[in-house]
Design a protein around this ligand. Sequence first.
Ligand SMILES: [Zn+2]
Length: 256
Amino acid sequence: MNKSEATTQKITISKQAGDWYLSCSYEFTPSANNKTIEVVGVDLGIKTLATLSTGEVLKSVLPYKKAQNKLAKLQRQLSKKVKHSSNWYKAVVKLGKQNRRVANIRRDALHKVTTYLAKNHGIVVIEDLNVSGMLGNHKLAKSIADQGFYEFRRQLEYKCQWYGCELVVVDRFFPSSKTCSNCGHIQDMPLNIRTYDCPECSLSIERDLNASINLRKRVLIGEVSSECKTHSRHAVGLTVDACGRSAADSSGRSRK
Ligand SMILES: [Zn+2]
């Protein structure tokens, strides 16, 4: 990067898990670029990170799950050492390095996906997932934390502003998975059912793809007002839905 594009503002030197890091921060002026796709619906999942309404599937990385055995082994080794002995410190550094590796892999994967979405799409439609509620489900909690849903949305929010893309966050109670993306029929869809088979119009479609198409349609048919879109672009907390209502205002309606 040449001098006219960026000016270094701050240099930080830090030590993490025994390694030294030097980071430079600089100011840059983001600019909107031409988009290849106008509106895209994005369904976030556990098995796949995201399914787009274009049919594209963005794979999960789940670094914690992959490193779980190694982390457990390092944790066991650490617990056997005498606290504050030199071997204990060595084990602490080893564990720290492995944890950092997991975090770096996750962050890198999320950056690639969020940059791709913001750079190539005019409007990105996502669902306002109740992440804290989902983290309460112990079966899903590890995978959700590993997937980095919070971080996904945080990155998407600022990158959409950088690249001139609009982020629309649809009300979490919108039944994106239960609705047929072809005829609008609504039926129950337990999590283990992976294909949406519509009894009304005979559509048979992969569950997440169906949901992402519904999210896209929500914007195309104008179900999300511009007021909601503007709000969602500046929303910070996950407890506020696309129209600015708190989760408490929306209680009583069923989860998708
Ligand atoms: Zn149908």
